[in-house]
Design a protein around this ligand. Structure first.
Ligand code: BT5
Length: 248
C-alpha cells in the first residue's frame, strides 16, 4: 500500500511490515515498468548483501529499495551506488552520527585510530539493460537505525548506539531527498564522496575477480573507481579497480 510521505522528492513509497527482501520486491516492480517507487519495510526475513551474503534486517531498521529508470549507460551505474552512500552518510550525520564512507558501498563509523570502523549501513545496486542503456536500476539501502548493535553481526553499529533513536519516517524523507539531489547532479557525487571517504589514504586490500590488489588507496575516478598505488616490487604502480570487496 502506498503511504503519504510529504516528500520533497518525486517518489511514491510502498510500505510493508515484513518482506523477504525489498530488493526482490523492487525487482518485480521494475520489471512491471515502475519508476521512482520506493519499497520500504520494517523487517526483512531474507535481506541480502552483495554476492548473496545475508543482511540482518530486524524490526527497527530502515530497509528500502528505490526503483529508478535513469538514462545512463551501465558504466555510470556505480555513481548511483556512490550517490546512495553519500545520501545515507549525510542523513546519518544529520542524526548525530559520525558517518563516513568505505569504498564502494559501506557507510561506516570510525572506531579507533587505524582506519578501523563499524558498519552502519550497506547498499546493494542491481540493474538490467543493454550495453549502451540501463533499463532499470534498483538501489537497496539498509540502515541500522533503532536497533541494539549487539543483536547484529560482529562489526556492526547502529544509529541507536552512536547517537539516539530516530524518527524513521523523517529519516527516510531526508534520505530520499538527499538521494534525489545526488542523482540529479551526478557530477557532484564523486567530490562529495571524497569528502566523506574513510578509504582514501588507507592501506587497502581489494578482492576482485581478476585477483587481489594491495596498496594505498590514493584516489577515486570520475566514474567512481578506486585508484590504488600498489607496493609490489621496487616500482610503484597504480591499479584502478571499479568493483570488488575492500578491506582496510
Ligand atoms: C551490503 O552487502 O552491505 C549491502 C546490504 C544491502 C542491504 C539492503 S536492505 C534493503 C535492501 N534489501 C535487501 O535485501 N538488501 C538491501 P555486503 O557488502 O555484501 O555486506 C554483507 C556483510 O555485512 C555480511 O556478510 C555481514 O558480515 C555484514 N552484515 C550483515 N547484516 C548487517 C547489518 N545489519 N549491519 C552491518 N553489517 C551487517
Amino acid at each position: 500500500p502506498a503511504v503519504e510521505f510529504g516528500l520533497d522528492a518525486p517518489f511514491t513509497v510502498e510500505f510493508h511490515d515484513a518482506v523477504e527482501s525489498t530488493n526482490a520486491v523492487a525487482r518485480e516492480r521494475a520489471t512491471d515498468g515502475a519508476s521512482d517507487l520506493v519499497v520500504l519495510a520494517d523487517e526483512q526475513t531474507g535481506g541480502r548483501g552483495r554476492l548473496d551474503r545475508e543482511w540482518s534486517s530486524p524490526s527497527g531498521g530502515i530497509w528500502l529499495s528505490i526503483v529508478t529508470r535513469p538514462s545512463i549507460t551501465p558504466a555510470r551505474a556505480p555513481l548511483y551506488t556512490l550517490a546512495a552512500a553519500v545520501a545515507t552518510a549525510r542523513t546519518a550525520r544529520e542524526a548525530g552520527v559520525d558517518a563516513r564512507i568505505k569504498w564502494p558501498n559501506d557507510v561506516v563509523v570510525p572506531a579507533g585510530e587505524n582506519g578501523d570502523y563499524r558498519k552502519l549501513a550497506g547498499i546493494l545496486t542491481e540493474m538490467e539493460g543493454e550495453t549502451d542503456r540501463v533499463a532499470w536500476l534498483t538501489v537497496g539501502i539498509g540502515v541500522n537505525a533503532n536497533i541494539d548493535a549487539d543483536t547484529l553481526p560482529a562489526g556492526a553499529t547502529a544509529v541507536r548506539d552512536e547517537a539516539a533513536d530516530v524518527d524513521r519516517r523523517r529519516f527516510v524523507q531526508r534520505l530520499l531527498e538527499a538521494f534525489d539531489d545526488a542523482r540529479t547532479d551526478l557530477e557532484a557525487v564523486v567530490p562529495a564522496w571524497r569528502e566523506l571517504a574513510l578509504t582514501l589514504g588507507q592501506r587497502v586490500r581489494v578482492e576482485r575477480p581478476a585477483g587481489e590488489v594491495v596498496g594505498e588507496a590514493i584516489d577515486i575516478t570520475a566514474a567512481g573507481a578506486l585508484v590504488i598505488e600498489t607496493d609490489a616490487g621496487e616500482e610503484r604502480t597504480t591499479v584502478t579497480v571499479s568493483a570488488g570487496d575492500c578491506e582496510h
